[in-house]
Design a protein around this ligand. Structure first.
Ligand code: FPP
Length: 260
């Protein structure tokens, strides 16, 4: 079923190089290059974001068909407020436009919406669109489409530390009991358990930075940087990137299999 669904979009030879049993459970993407995509076409920057939203739809469908469990997309960072008001306003309206049209398709594909980030700081109408989408897809048990919205990894860690300190103060948590699992439980990605950590992090547009994204969670992730601008990214690119991931030697601090 997996092969049939995907092969309609991607050439079969390429699919032969993909191992369906080793699809990363959690893929995280820094969707970069919208502005440059637009600039290249002499269009306003926001036209790139609009086209980027179309890519989100395509990639959600392909990732879900491939059997990915969690797809995390960096849609707005805690630092993106520094952009001109007009662009910020446009970005705040995008989730409204997106969910308004796309929720029925998400339901059809059994995709559940989740969000990490400080959504209480978003405009009311954006919050409402996000919370409605979470609510309407709550019963779906297929892929989780996880938007990082007003998200920043350092802020996430500070919040987690504050909550842990409060729990210690209230005698609900013993200092000696704090370990890596405890920290993971206090981070926003706890809502993605058991797939909190992405095995694969992709950044589009040729930039090779992490930009305050999932700093704790990517400790052992494979990082993949592609030159393709996000509006041009598609299912073929995603499959190509997953094949590259499958060809990596993941050692987690150990040795190569043949050296053991
Ligand atoms: C980075 O490109 C992109 C963003 C800051 C916004 C990403 C948002 C989308 C792709 C749409 C999200 C859709 C939904 C449904 C929320 P950039 O503007 O920094 O590009 P540049 O580096 O070329 O200027």
């Amino acid at each position: 079923m997996f092969k049939k669904k995907i092969e309609t979009q991607i050439n079969p030879e390429m699919m032969d190089n993909l191992d369906p049993n080793r699809i990363p459970h959690h893929i995280a993407i820094i969707m970069d290059g919208n502005g440059r995509w637009a600039q290249k076409r002499h269009l306003p920057r926001v036209a790139g974001h609009k086209q980027g939203m179309e890519t989100v739809k395509k990639i959600t469908k392909v990732a879900s068909d491939l059997g990915v469990k969690v797809l995390t997309l960096y849609a707005f960072s805690t630092e993106n407020w520094k952009r001109p008001d007009q662009e910020v306003n446009f970005l705040m309206d995008l989730p409204i436009k997106f969910f308004d049209k796309f929720v029925p398709e998400l339901i059809e594909n059994n995709v559940r919406v989740n969000v990490i980030g400080y959504i209480e700081q978003l405009p009311e109408k954006t919050q409402k669109a996000v919370l409605d989408a979470i609510d309407k897809t709550a019963d779906n048990d297929g892929m989780v489409l996880n938007f990082a919205l007003n998200y920043g990894s350092r802020a996430e860690m500070v919040t987690a530390m504050q909550k842990m300190a409060t729990a210690v103060q209230n005698n609900e948590l013993a200092v000696e009991a704090i370990n890596e699992e405890t920290v993971a439980e206090y981070l926003m990605t706890n809502s993605l358990a058991p797939y909190q950590d992405p095995e694969l992090l992709i950044r589009t547009s040729g930039e090779e930075r992490i930009s305050n994204f999932l700093l704790w969670q990517i400790a052992y992730s494979e990082l993949l940087f592609t030159d393709v601008y996000w509006p041009d990214y598609n299912g073929v690119e995603l499959v190509r990137n997953i094949i590259a991931f499958q060809n990596r030697d993941r050692r987690f601090g150990g040795l190569k299999k043949e050296n053991k």
